[in-house]
Design a binder for this molecule. Sequence first.
Ligand code: CA
Length: 223
Amino acid sequence: MRILVVEDDVNLNRQLSEALREAGYVVDQAFDGEEGHFLGDTEPYDAVILDIGLPEMDGITVVEKWRSTGKGMPVLMLTARDRWSDKVAGIDAGADDYVAKPFHMEEVLARVRALIRRAAGHSSSELICGPVRLDTKASKATVNGVAMKLTSHEFRLLSYLMHHMGEVVSRTELIEHMYDQDFDRDSNTIEVFVGRLRKKIGVDLIETVRGLGYRMQAPDNVR
Ligand code: CA
């Protein structure tokens, strides 16, 4: 899962990005509204954390512009404390949720998890596919109740596939959601990761769809 953080406060941006990376996400950072708008416009994100007060272009305008061009990724707005009018303006402009500053990092992480889950159509924080359970809260996965030992790449891959169970996901899509913009991407590595993940799961839940990509079984199809 790939997140964009748009925040001009360098320290806060760093703290948010570090916390998100620690939670297993891949993160791109922008420090003004124009850069943030450009990235959100050109790169696919699973969620965006967007400060309202930004240089070059304010957060409200950024989200409005995305929505007017059909960009539908979940947006969590960071607002000033006690500015209820900012919250209303943010939601009206197309933001999905907000957190007032100063905030607890745990709250931001919980809201991001919920936004990503809901955007993928899941209401529970635990995603289940046959013997595999993904705890989005703890960033951990189990098979038949036994903890899976996953590298960060394998975890991101499993997480993306499980959020999109039953859907065909292309290699390009996987790469775009597993690596940040600066990463030297190689689509062959995806095959390697899928192979390792299959071995760790033990049962064949990830189907190769020839010429298209991969599909994690829909839960209803798994005994
Ligand atoms: Ca700011």
